[in-house]
Design a protein. Sequence first.
Length: 311
Amino acid sequence: MSKNEEVEKNKNEILNVKKISKKIISSEKNEIIENVKEKKSEKKTKAEKKKTIDENVVIEKIKSFLAKIVAMQEESEKEENVKATKSSTKSSAKERNKKVSEKSNFMLEYYDLPYRYNETIVKILAQTPKKLFVYWDVSDNDRNRYIETFGDRFFEATYPVLLVYNEDKKYVKEVPINDFANSWYIDIDDPKTKYTIQLGRKFIDRNQVIDIEKVKENNIDLQTDYLPFANSNVLEAPNDHVLLEFLPKHITFRNVKTNKEFVKNLRKINKLVGKNYDVEEFYQNQYAEELSDGMFDMENPSSNLSSSTFK
């Protein structure tokens, strides 16, 4: 065999080997691909199974949650029914009590007095012969009228006062108050005289510029730096002394056991020392100066009843 033939033979063998190796490789590739496909299909099947299981679990949880909601609703309905039963029982009890109270003609009432009546007003009362009680209010309409006339800072630019007028002795007393109060106690010097009180405000700055046209337009009484709001009732302060009462000389007593009557002289005061005092004489001696000045006219100004007049 020549060299050329050997070479040719070797080439053919090499080609055959290559062909065989290609076949082997291709067959192994196919096997690998098949294995991969099988594994993927197995994984997919497992995933689908797992997904199915998870969905079943979720469905079961939803069912249990809905069952709980239904149970809670039923329980709340039961509670409402119980409350309705109790309320109906209470209402029936109230109706029974109402009928009983109507039968017994018994009524319990409660009145809550308002803090203010929204009226511009001043009132005075006598607490003692030398002390007066004053209460007042200014309506919202008047407040707005003053603010419209004098500006938004009217209440900051003024301060409140009470002017106490003694109408018998013709003098005026000024009492400063504050914006936080709606009542005041005032000490007076002269009892048994007539008093009126005026509520007003004074301007802090006397030189404040004021629109006189607006003052006239709103019908406001402005007195230089003073602005009156309202006047009180007229009050005569009571006496500050013991009244000399007219007494009968004798009074009749009756013994309720024996039904016997006897007379006693009330014009005499029997002291422990044994000395008798005449009541009228005693007061005349005690208040000799006041009686000589005509201070005691034996008339009580606190009331117009016949029991308040003495001789």
